[in-house]
Write a protein that binds this ligand. Structure first.
Ligand code: FES
Length: 317
């Protein structure tokens, strides 16, 4: 994904909850936007210049506007705060063309959607798509802290949607988390789509190990795999020059390369877009991305998020 950014105009920005804003994006000259597929996302350049990916949550066939919802993550790396605080109606937002790493399989017999918090966004586009096709073979389980922090309440309570939605509040208490086991105990031919915090996705992953793997789908922006692993320092060696670069625990390989004047394509910087794919010549990587297939992991690494299990990695740079 190395297409250039293009500008969309922020036509509306309004709050869904105290810390979630819905942002409408239109073509600056009023032209039609491309139709997207449900589950797609865009990568934008925030007002502070950071690249962040957000799922498109509107109706995929709507060519008048694209919609994204952004949750202000106070403990994040600044991208969501910049979108929440600095982006204003009328501003231009630099945007990549949409990309879909969370495709909805239209032909599924039944869809079970599991969303946590802001993870509702790709599911909204999926449900809107199904309803627009005259399909109502889906059920959403939407886990949030409380009603105040629940986005899209109005839309989810609309007559065409309400019978397909179960909202569960845990009030910030893990012991009150929704028990999903009765749902997943017996595989029933449905397709499962899950997006939300790492804990929720881990639970669904654990509970669906006996389901066909092609029926269970996860979206995971901004949540690197294995983030519970402590970051260690290591060296990278550039194969073409033999240059050795140290990667400190609080620094990504991508940032270490940049600091040393090396250029690698990047976009999402969260292991989801595929831009920073780099050849791995030797050493063992700790893969934290959502892009590489199993048979690519010995020979490639996504340098924005992944790290090393060995003391050094030789990269094809
Ligand atoms: S920059 Fe997107 S996967 Fe690395």
């Amino acid at each position: 994904m190395n297409e250039p950014f293009f500008a969309l105009r922020v036509s509306r920005k309004h709050q869904l909850t105290p810390d979630i804003v819905l942002i409408d994006l239109v073509h600056p000259e009023g032209l039609d936007l491309p139709v997207f597929t449900p589950g797609a996302h865009i990568t934008v350049q925030t007002p502070k210049g950071l690249h962040r990916s957000y799922s498109l949550c509107g109706q995929p066939k709507d060519q008048q506007k694209w919609q994204i919802a952004v949750k202000r993550e106070n403990a994040g790396r600044g991208g969501s705060c910049s979108m929440f605080d600095d982006l204003l109606e009328g501003d231009q937002l630099q945007t990549h063309p949409w990309l879909n790493l969370f495709e909805l399989k239209d032909q599924a017999k039944f869809f079970i959607f599991v969303a946590g918090g802001i993870g509702i966004t790709p599911i909204m586009s999926m449900m809107r798509h199904l309803l627009s096709m005259g399909k109502n073979n889906f059920q959403l389980y939407y886990c949030t802290r409380d009603s105040l922090s629940t986005a899209f309440l109005e839309q989810l309570n609309a007559p065409e949607m309400v019978d397909h939605v179960k909202i569960h509040h845990d009030h910030g208490d893990l012991s009150q988390a929704l028990d999903l086991w009765p749902l997943f105990e017996n595989p029933n031919g449905s397709d499962i789509y899950c997006c939300g915090p790492a804990g929720l996705m881990d639970s669904v992953r654990d509970m669906t190990g006996h389901w066909p793997s092609e029926s269970v789908h996860f979206e995971s922006f901004g949540i690197s795999k294995n983030t519970s692993n402590e970051n260690k320092s290591f060296d990278i060696i550039l194969n073409s020059s033999g240059k050795r670069i140290h990667v400190f625990p609080d620094c990504s390989i991508l940032d270490a390369l940049r600091s040393n004047g090396e250029t690698v394509s990047s976009s999402c910087e969260s292991g989801t877009c595929g831009s920073c794919r780099t050849g791995l010549i030797s050493g063992e990587a700790e893969h934290r991305d959502y892009v590489l297939l199993d048979d690519e992991k010995d020979t490639h690494i996504m340098v924005c998020v992944s790290r090393a299990l060995t003391t050094e990695l030789v990269l094809d740079l």
